[in-house]
Design a protein around this ligand. Sequence first.
Ligand SMILES: *Cc1c(COP(=O)(O)O)cnc(C)c1O
Length: 452
Amino acid sequence: MPSQPPRHSAIWHPFTQMARFDAEPKLVIERAHGTRLVAKDGKEYLDGVASLWTIVHGHGEPRIVEAIKRQAERLQHSTLLGVSHTPAMELAERLLQHVPKGLRWSFFSSDGASAVEVALKMAVQYWGNAGLPERTRIVSLDMAYHGDTLGASSVGADGIFRKPYESLLVEPLRIPSPHRYRCSACAARTACDLTCATALERLLAERGKEVAAVIVEPRVQGAAGIIVAPEGHLKRLREICDRHDVLLIADEVATGFGKTGAMFACDLEGVTPDIMVLGKGITGGYLPLSATLATEKVYRAFYDAGHYEKTLFHGHTYAGNPIACAAALASLDIFEKEPVIERVRARAERLRRLLGAAFAEHPNVGEVRQQGLMVGIELVADRATKRSFPAAERMGWRSCLAAREKGVFVRPLGDVIILMPPLCISEAELDELVGAVSYGIGRALRSSPGLG
Ligand SMILES: *Cc1c(COP(=O)(O)O)cnc(C)c1O
């Protein structure tokens, strides 16, 4: 490490080891259009991860840009603390046409983790308000990711993201993730029998009276490396929660707004959670906004003129910012006017074929996981034993870096290469995406110290 750190800018980058950052090629994005990022040096890159899973209808979509401009001229900001404004009112109403039936109330925040915090506070206070204050524990899945604030990382996976801050966190109760490829629950079985979900039954039978809620990323655990739950997993959790009178929180921050091939992952199984968390794609990826939606049952437990302490004591300064709400409304307009979801399903089919052709027989691809346009390509040193590469080889990272040579920007999570293009990606661009990633993996393998 240099004794005098070089200075690229004054930014301390998120989730970034800065010493490593300083040693690597820099990418400075200056403009973007459609599915393309344009760097300061003029080079264009296909945005293979939708600018961290946010961009829905493409960059610079004129209808969203226009809505932002119009709203910026009219009202830039006004609080929602005891006052209202029309963009937020309209958005809360419009969301009801899209979210699972039974969800009724929108509590706005500015990013995913904040909306998760709201969901956790809502769930615990729900039971307090209902006269069962002993129900305080949250159940989460062992590979979960729900954001980086203290409450959200409390219920996240027990790993390096969480360790340094452990003294500040509360302990959730945990159940196994539905991870077929490296399943801890049914490794010895030939077919999945949802043992991971049934673990919740055992847990709640024993400790249900302490539990406020179960929080889950429905169908796809994104940051865990696109772990795709088997059909029926979410439904099973819903049934078990109902049986034990425990709330179900669906964190759709990553899965919401079409990426899974349905508007929401909950729709894939016809499940209505008690609380649903939305973020990332809600504004089409243009401005920070998130929402925590609740059913009438949850809302009613807080509604009490005589008891001020039943109030939900939470609210971020920029919650439900009018310009962000206007962008979200314009994005919903596009979902309503165009067959966006149908297009995602068709593109996902093509993507499945391309990935199959590129990686089905690849000796260093252990598994390709896909749900809609969410893809995880897990690299392994040995396909037969599923042995991982030594972390120091940074195979995932080096593969993604090499893909940039072919004009594609992707980011790995460990040795899982993530693809999550904007929903508007064309068929030709899918070919380009898979081609570049395939090239990147090849390049990384050829320069791998362990295999050379
Ligand atoms: C990204 C993500 C979050 C956190 O959202 P931020 O906007 O980064 O705070 C929460 N839950 C899931 C499932 C996510 O993928």
